[in-house]
Write a new protein. Structure first.
Ligand code: AMP
Ligand code: MG
Length: 391
């Protein structure tokens, strides 16, 4: 098993570490479901007209029909429908039990005020049958699903005015580096703007975690240690960027060890983004991401995101698509899984974009997918197939 596969294995064994809470349906979007959602009714709950038209018996379809009444959605028929009789019916209304067919208004010729004839004797039945979408007692959504737009509709349809979900973890994001200045500042010689905080905070907020604090700190062991300890009190997760490697001022791994954290891994086997720590102590989890912006992006996408989702009890499986290369990819060293920003088009062709490596975050703004070049593979030829992860 290579390093990246080992990490995936470790992630799959992480526990569901967060408590659950009931929230109102309107607050459930983008939360992780923590109960199976069971249908309390059949859907549809009655034979329902799929069209605006006339409900009758199919055997009478060629005959002149007497129209007994009009049934709109929400109403049921008040009369029995006999031979050569029908009711005018609206989409969504209950089809009277005596009827086995609805012909559309467009196929109806009104002969008089209360008689009608079907002009299409090959009509479909146009009935949505009781229970055809789901049956009472059926599991409609599973524990661990992320609640996105369709899930919101399913929850509403199944009467879940309140929903059991994972609690939102609190996170502190700490960008480290004595060279960093905030986006509002103009860097002096040797300085660089902090772009990682915006990137990481947005990733976390997109996952609906609560970012409680955002710090930018110089590489000072004591300052980092003190700020880290404060962050641990206020949050469940701390995400560092920078300082995760082996340079003289890369303090994060040392601080974690000193504070008694268990290090799950300290490198990833991916390129860009090899140095990265994940560690835990007393139910608090810490990610130490690389400082280089593309590295931290790749580490977050491929590793931090699945780990966080696992810890909040979500079944997360990122989509990977096998697509066709529109260019030949070549590299000298094939000792890691390479992650390359690319563009995938509607026909499934993967195109190259200018990309200069781990600091070139601007390249990602042009990309809509990440190409995976597996460990041990140094060339992927044009027209060969490779996996991409849509962004
Ligand atoms: P480090 O991981 O601390 O060794 O940093 C690697 C590279 O990423 C250096 O060139 C840093 O200047 C750069 N870098 C570190 N942190 C950030 C940040 N927050 N935003 C943009 N670039 C950064
Ligand atoms: Mg640094």
């Amino acid at each position: 098993m290579n390093q990246f596969e080992e990490i995936q294995q470790l992630i799959s064994n992480l526990p569901s570490a967060f408590l659950t809470e009931k929230v109102l349906l309107e607050d459930a979007f983008n939360r992780v479901l923590q109960e199976d959602v069971i249908a309390d009714l059949n859907m549809p709950p009655f034979n329902k007209s799929a069209m605006d038209g006339y409900a009758c018996q199919l055997e009478d379809i060629a005959n002149e029909l007497e129209v007994l009444e009009v049934i709109n959605a929400g109403k049921i028929a008040s009369v029995k429908i006999g031979k050569n009789q029908c009711v005018k019916i609206m989409t969504g209304a209950a089809v009277p039990t005596e009827c086995d067919c609805v012909f559309m208004v467009e196929d109806a010729e009104e002969l008089s005020e209360n008689t009608v004839r079907c002009t299409n004797t090959n009509t479909k039945k146009n009935i949505c049958y009781l229970g055809e979408d789901y049956k009472k007692g059926e599991v409609l959504l599973h524990k661990g699903e992320l609640i996105t737009v369709p899930q919101m509709a399913v929850l509403a349809g199944a009467g879940y005015a309140e929903v059991l979900v994972s609690k939102r973890p609190k996170v502190t994001v700490i960008a480290t580096g004595s060279e960093l200045v905030s986006p509002a500042e103009t860097p002096k010689p040797g300085q660089i703007r902090n772009s990682n905080s915006s990137q990481v905070v947005t990733q976390l907020e997109k996952m609906n975690l609560e970012v409680v604090d955002e710090l930018m700190l110089v590489d000072d062991y004591e300052l980092l240690t003190n700020s880290f300890n404060k962050a641990l009190q206020a949050s469940d997760f701390v995400v560092f960027t920078g300082g995760a490697s082996v340079g003289d001022f890369d303090f994060i791994p040392g601080i974690l060890k000193e504070q008694g954290f268990k290090i799950y891994w300290d490198h990833t086997g991916i390129k860009p983004g090899n140095p990265m720590t994940f560690s835990e102590n007393k139910g608090k989890f810490v990610f130490g991401l690389s400082g280089n912006p593309v590295s931290s992006f790749a580490q977050f996408e491929l590793i931090a995101k699945p780990a966080i989702y696992k810890l909040i009890g979500a079944n997360y499986k990122p989509l990977r698509i096998k697509a066709r290369m529109n260019f030949t990819f070549q590299r000298k060293k094939a000792n890691r899984l390479a992650i390359i920003p690319v563009v995938i088009d509607n026909e499934g062709a993967i195109s190259e974009i200018p990309f200069h490596g781990s600091a070139h975050i601007n390249a990602l703004a042009f990309a809509n997918a990440l190409l995976e070049v597996p460990l041990g593979i140094s060339t992927i030829q044009t027209n060969e197939f490779a996996y991409v992860r849509p962004l």
